[in-house]
Structure formats: C-alpha cells, structure tokens
Design a protein around this ligand. Structure first.
Ligand code: 1Q0
Length: 214
C-alpha cells in the first residue's frame, strides 16, 4: 500500500454522497465531485498501476469544477440546472464531439457511468465471502457496466490493474473505518445514497435522451 493510505476514510466519501440529493430531488454537483475526489485519493493509495484511471477521473472532475468556478457557476449548481442550461444554449454535442467536446453533460455522464460500476462493486464487496478476491469482484462488475463503453485497449489495461488489488479483507481495512465487519456495515449505510444519486441522474439523462452523448 502506498504512503497516504492512512489519510483515506470511507466516511468522508459517504458524507459527500449523502449530501448530494436535495429536498427537491436534485443532484448537487459539489458534493458529487467531493465524493469522487475522495475515491480518487483512495485509488491513488492502491498504487501507481491505477494512475491512468485516477488521471482520467481527475481530468473529468476538473472540467466540471472549472464550470463551478466560472461566471456561470450558478448554472452548474445541480445536474438538473446544468442539463437545462447547456441544452437551452446549444452547449452540448449530441451526435459527435465537435464544438463542445468537454460539455458538462458529456463529462458528467462519464462519471455517472462510473458510479454505476461503483454501486455494483461496493455491493459485491459488501456481500462477498471473507476470502473472496477483490480483483474478481472488480472485473466482474466492470465487465457488466463500464467496460461496455471502453475500447479494447482500456479494458485490457484495466484488467491488468485489477490483478494488483489486495484481498477483500485487506481492502476493507484500507477504508479506515475500523474492522472489515464495520466497513461492511458502513457500505450498507452508504449504498442507498449512492443508488439514489445514480437513479435520479439516470432518469434525468434518459428523459432528455442524453445517455449516449459522444
Ligand atoms: C478499486 C479499483 C478501481 C478500479 C476502477 C474501475 C474503473 C476502471 C475505469 C478505467 C478507466 C480508464 C481510463 C480512461 C477512460 C476513458 O476513456 C473513459 C471515457 O472517457 P472519454 O473522455 O474518453 O469519453 N473514462 C471513464 O469511463 C471515466 C472513468 C472514471 C473511473 C473513476 C474510477 C475511480 C475509482 C475509484 C476507486 C473506487 C474504490 C472503491 C472503494 C472505496 C470505497 C469508498
């Protein structure tokens, strides 16, 4: 485990995702990005073999953060307001990437697809046997979700990186929330929030026919 692992706690990721959904059932962008930043920190602790993944995640987080720091920051407060603003102003490439290659909508969609993988991966970890392999849980859930959007070369590199994952119990202990059993309890508490964030975003994107943005 690389240096810095001790500074990561699943708790902060949990808190971020629990704060995502507003009373109006809108998805707040800032805690969503904070959740991903926590996950990236965790990923960095697992070793440099995962760098190509965390770099891509950081690039996407920064694209959206830049919108949140721009003059239009209020338009990017929630995923709902972002979709409304970008669509109303023709800021989304719908057929192929051209004028707006890094729209908030297409960038957020990549994180949203990754959240689907995360949801399945955490559920797999939570319900797995003590001695089950994290690498197997990771590749099975990846193949059933994100892999469908990745070219062969990325799928291959991801498969190689997954082999470097520690065993389930070591992995759970790295989360820094106590014993493996305590980490499992925390996952059970966190998952409904992550699922809700995913579901709301999925419905919004489906409603606006944005699920295949290039
Ligand atoms: C624990 C092991 C982590 C395994 C991560 C699985 C995801 C593999 C993703 C491989 C992405 C490869 C890099 C490039 C991808 C891009 O081509 C792709 C599409 O973007 P674009 O612009 O080309 O259209 N990008 C994506 O699909 C976004 C991928 C973001 C992945 C972010 C993963 C962050 C992972 C965090 C660690 C989670 C650990 C969970 C347990 C902790 C519990 C709190």
């Amino acid at each position: 485990m690389a240096a810095g692992a001790e500074t990561f706690s699943l708790r902060e990721v949990l808190v971020a995702f629990t704060a995502c959904v507003s009373e109006q059932r809108e998805v707040r962008v800032d805690p969503y990005l904070a959740g991903w930043k926590g996950l990236v920190r965790f990923l960095n602790c697992l070793g440099t073999i995962f760098s190509f993944i965390s770099k891509d995640a950081v690039t996407k987080i920064e694209i959206i953060e830049n919108y949140r720091n721009s003059d239009q920051r209020e338009k990017y407060l929630t995923v709902q307001s972002m979709v409304e603003y970008e669509l109303a102003n023709g800021l989304v490439d719908l057929q192929q990437r051209s004028k707006h290659p890094n729209s908030g909508c297409r960038t957020f969609l990549r994180l949203h697809r990754a959240l689907h993988w995360l949801q399945m991966f955490l559920e797999g970890l939570r319900t797995g046997e003590d001695n089950s392999k994290t690498s197997v849980i990771c590749s099975e859930t990846y193949n059933a979700s994100l892999a469908n959007y990745h070219p062969w070369i990325i799928r291959k590199a991801a498969g190689v990186a997954f082999c470097a994952l520690p065993t389930r119990n070591t992995f759970l202990e790295t989360m820094n929330v106590g014993t493996a059993e305590e980490a499992v309890t925390m996952l059970g508490d966190a998952l409904p929030y992550i699922c809700e964030v995913y579901k709301i975003t999925e419905e919004l994107y489906a409603q606006h026919k944005l699920l295949d943005l290039p």
